[in-house]
Design a protein around this ligand. Structure first.
Ligand SMILES: [Fe+2]
Length: 237
């Protein structure tokens, strides 16, 4: 019987090979680009004084911002160190990624209190303050995601094992509230480019999750879509 050595940043665990399929991060990034484009619009479009609508939109804002927070948390904990250790020539780029994450985190920190304020007041001023804070996150994110995709993801695909890469995605799923799971999964499916969408669940989801999606989660996601986008949800592109 062999004993698996604990993983360190500079060496792959025994039995694991470098190289992984990183395509899922591009899907996740599409959701965030979409989310930080649509959320400020929904906040601004809500009728002042409409507390029910404010609650629906504020709940969605909380989900999207939490999703971004846990996505970055996973990268901070599991992505930067191994890349820096295994590809030292990327140290400057990784330093930039860490700094961009700190900047986005600071901007996200301004969103939370403004959501609380808007939920309570539901007026135009509170809505605009929140929408502007979301816009600021979206601008910083637009720069960060592009650089991460161009300069970091290709390196991760070469130096991380598939298990290490999958652990980052797993962190994002495990850190999400259970009642947000249908939304998280539905957005993932909708963010897959149309040509690949029909095959994606079979290729990327375990059979029990596909069954759960078919019998329960898909309906919950559809209800969320109808409530948030009564005129139809804009495509995630
Ligand atoms: Fe990132």
């Amino acid at each position: 019987m062999t004993t698996r050595l604990p993983s360190t940043s500079d060496s792959l665990p025994d039995g694991e090979a470098p190289g992984c399929d990183t395509s899922d991060i591009l899907i996740v990034h599409r959701i965030f680009r979409w989310g930080f484009r649509e959320m400020p619009r929904l906040v601004r479009d809500a009728t002042p004084g409409d507390l029910a609508r404010t609650t629906v939109v504020a709940d969605a804002v909380d989900l999207v911002t939490l999703g971004l927070h846990v996505h970055h948390e996973g990268e901070d904990a599991m992505l930067w160190d191994p890349i820096e250790a295994r590809r030292p020539s990327c140290a400057l780029t990784v330093g930039l990624m860490r700094e961009q994450h700190r900047h986005v985190a600071a901007l996200l920190g301004r969103v939370g209190p403004r959501v609380v304020d808007w939920r309570e007041r539901a007026d135009a001023d509170a809505a605009e303050a929140l929408a502007a804070a979301l816009d600021d996150v979206g601008v910083a994110l637009g720069v960060h995601l592009g650089q991460e995709e161009d300069e970091v993801v290709p390196v991760a695909a070469e130096v991380l094992s598939q298990r290490e890469w999958d652990a980052i995605g797993e962190h994002g799923r495990e850190s999400f509230p259970k009642d947000g799971i249908p939304i998280q999964l539905g957005l993932m499916i909708d963010a897959v480019p149309e040509a690949d969408r029909a095959d994606w669940p079979r290729e990327h989801l375990p059979a029990p999750i596909r069954l759960l999606w078919a019998i329960l989660l898909r309906r919950r996601y559809a209800a969320w879509q109808r409530a948030l986008f009564p005129e139809g949800m804009p495509a995630i592109a």
